[in-house]
Design a protein around this ligand. Structure first.
Ligand SMILES: Cc1ncc(COP(=O)(O)O)c(C=O)c1O
Length: 387
């Protein structure tokens, strides 16, 4: 009997260690980890620079509270701002917390400029922003909200990719349009650059803030530091998490100076958010991701991986319906039972994870090696040939 609550559907595998793109189970098996703790292990497992950063900081100071100056946080906020649209940052601990904070900021911004009626957030129907109360109702998903009423109000929904639907849901009360730049849990769905540009224009015309959730697709996962860079749009607020911590719980909300002015002392806080230990890790991840050639390598590996996956799709059209993705956020939409397909991959020592729309989600570490991609391709091909 387990004393852990049963809110997760756990596979019967436990790991004793990890190294690079591989995980080693307690029963002595070696797995190629192409889910990376769901887009978290940016630099794979046991990265020496991360271990060093953690150890060095652990011997100095772990936690102090946000009632003091935290130079490591100043440093990371500066790095994030110098490299992106952002001018101000709030650190938190997870993606859901980052998203809730983003929603708070959008509402508080309009309150602060004398337009408190502008408080509704327009999201994509059946999207994913995390599991807290506001976020599940932001998702517009029946499955995620069932049993968790009363409804958290203030969210409207439009159809994915449908500008007409989006426009029809905008009102004078709309404070922000809020969606994932490239959608992970929802089935690896990537908005066109045109869609992002059009939404930005609508936001400008109607005095609406654009919040782009880059919790999963950010920090180099898309092949750019942020996925919105492909469309050359400038968001107002960007919540991040997952990859910025590389396995350490860390999230943040990036925003423009204009928007940040509403967040005066007392409006938001988090005990752990941005503590020195987390900041040491975040700074190290940033240093690695911005090393010369790192993001280019992600893009090159993505092109290589997607091209070869499409060849497997051509070979097995009855098994594979579609290859989706951007950067190393990759989806294989299958025509067969998703659970069985993922189990077969797991049996062949390739770890992946499901997404909506019968999609196998593939999220290798961003520093994955070409020969590891080749190994994954071989396993995927073999599993297709087993049907
Ligand atoms: C796009 C997106 N937003 C938010 C979250 C929630 O993040 P967390 O689980 O860290 O709360 C996730 C997690 O999968 C996500 O993919």
């Amino acid at each position: 009997m387990s004393y852990l609550a049963s809110n997760y559907n756990r596979r019967k595998i436990a790991f004793k260690k990890g190294k690079g793109s591989f995980l080693y189970s307690v029963d002595g098996k070696k797995y190629l980890d192409f889910l990376s703790g769901i887009a978290v292990n940016t630099l794979g497992h046991s990265n020496p620079n991360l271990i060093k950063a953690l150890n060095v900081q652990a011997k100095k100071v772990w936690h102090v509270s946000n009632s003091f100056q935290i130079p490591e946080g100043e440093n990371l906020a500066k790095k994030l701002s110098k490299r992106t649209f952002a001018e101000k940052v709030i650190f938190v601990n997870s993606g859901a917390e980052a998203n809730e904070t983003a929603i708070k900021i959008a509402r508080r911004y309009f309150y602060s400029i004398g337009k408190p009626y502008k408080n509704r957030i327009l999201c994509i129907k059946n999207s994913f922003h995390g599991r807290t109360l506001a976020n599940i109702f932001a998702s517009g998903s029946k499955k995620m909200t069932e049993g968790f009423g009363p409804k958290v109000t203030g969210f409207d929904h439009f159809k994915y990719g449908d500008l007409k639907s989006l426009k029809s849901k905008i009102s004078k009360k709309t404070a922000a349009i809020f969606f994932e730049t490239a959608m992970g849990e929802s089935g690896i769905k990537v908005h066109t650059n045109k869609f992002l540009k059009d939404v930005r224009k609508i936001c400008n015309d109607k005095n609406i803030l654009l919040i782009l959730d880059e919790v999963q697709c950010g920090i180099g996962r898309s092949g750019k530091f942020f996925a919105y860079e492909y469309a050359k749009v400038k968001p107002d607020i960007v919540p991040i998490a997952k990859g910025i911590g590389g396995g350490f719980p860390l999230g943040a909300v990036l925003m423009t100076k204009k928007v940040s002015k509403c967040m005066i002392p007392g409006t938001h806080g988090s005990t752990y958010g941005g503590n020195p230990l987390a900041m040491a890790i975040g700074n190290t991840i940033m240093n690695e991701v911005f090393k010369k050639g790192f993001l280019l390598n992600v893009r090159n590996n993505s092109t290589y991986f997607l091209k070869r996956l499409n060849l497997i799709k051509k070979k097995y059209p009855k098994i594979i319906k579609e290859i989706r993705g951007i950067g190393l956020l990759i989806g294989i939409q299958v025509n067969v039972d998703l659970g069985i397909f993922i189990n077969k991959l797991t049996k062949n020592r390739l770890l992946t994870i499901r997404a909506a729309e019968n999609v196998v989600r593939i999220l290798p570490p961003l520093n994955v090696k070409k020969k590891e991609i080749d190994l994954a391709l071989k396993i995927i091909n073999n599993v297709c040939s087993e049907y």
